[in-house]
Design a protein around this ligand. Structure first.
Ligand code: SF4
Ligand code: F3S
Length: 103
């Protein structure tokens, strides 16, 4: 699953869609972690969709990631500032790709 200490263990690789990106990034195979308060490990996400469908405040958007080995789309936590720390997405993701820093 996602490393909850990604902000210490990974390099800040830039920004995409207004969100922090944490490396290593080497597209299309290696896309890193997107977000800060709500973070999605793009290299783990298999596009299950349960997070996006069930988030009560609609934090996530789909983005296309053609030729990524795990899935051809990912969820971007575009509205992470709206997150109410319910932890539903963290609990529901079948591959443990999401970290929410509720502390
Ligand atoms: Fe949405 Fe809850 Fe996940 Fe925050 S913790 S992104 S509110 S499902
Ligand atoms: Fe991806 Fe997990 Fe959501 S696989 S689409 S982060 S439920």
């Amino acid at each position: 699953g996602i490393d909850p200490n990604f902000d210490e263990n990974r390099e800040h690789a830039g920004e995409e869609n207004g969100l922090d990106v944490w490396g290593p990034v080497d597209p299309p195979e290696k896309l890193g972690i997107h977000g800060a308060h709500v973070a999605v490990d793009y290299d783990i996400c298999i596009a299950d969709g349960a997070c996006l469908e069930n988030c009560p405040v609609d934090v996530f958007d789909w983005v296309d990631t053609p030729d990524h080995p795990a899935s051809e789309r990912k969820v971007e936590p575009t509205r992470e500032d709206q997150c109410i720390d319910c932890m539903l997405c963290v609990d529901i993701c079948p591959v443990d790709a999401i970290d929410v820093d509720a502390s």
